[in-house]
Design a protein around this ligand. Sequence first.
Ligand code: CA
Length: 226
Amino acid sequence: MRILVVEDEHKIANSVKKGLELENFAVDTVYDGPAGYDLAATEDYDALILDLMLPGIDGLAITRKLRQKNIHTPILILTAKGRVDDKVTGLNTGADDYLSKPFSFNELLARLRALLRRPKNSTGRILQVGDLILDTVTYEVRRNRQILKLSGREFALLEYLMRHPDKVITKEQIISHVWNYDADILTNTVEVFVGFLRKKIDRISSGPKLIKTVRGFGYKISATGE
Ligand code: CA
């Protein structure tokens, strides 16, 4: 696993690097924002560790720029600030986790490993299946560069499916994750909403049909296969 550490406090950067290398990670270190952004945008890392306050471009701006470029490498933000607001901003910007200084190396390692264990599509702001992209913060859904207009319920259903790509999801699972407890929903209703989604997602594209019916079980969203 290859990690980029962007941290202007050399002492912290170097001790993180040393510690991670002892755990068999490959680690690159840079000490300012622009160098960090350039490397993160051009090299293939498994995760980024970004300090929040950096010379040149700060960690949040780096995160935002990378996500805008559709680079979804997991990001752990380091910061001296422990304020809830900063954490919310960081996560909304597209960071995956957050660690306040001072931190213990073991906590950093545990969080990094948790990030690396996550299936690529299950967390984070942007979900992608094939050429279908869903932004969980702006609620924008695009396929093949076209913006799709979805109702709130269609969006929730699509988000749920896209968080479990290539997995069969039952209608009962959909009901319990997309509708609230009070809603009295029948499996027919799920079929109707899946039909709405298919019209919007699969009809506008000459690409593969993404929402598949698995007879007798439910549905699956996948860019490959039947
Ligand atoms: Ca700093």
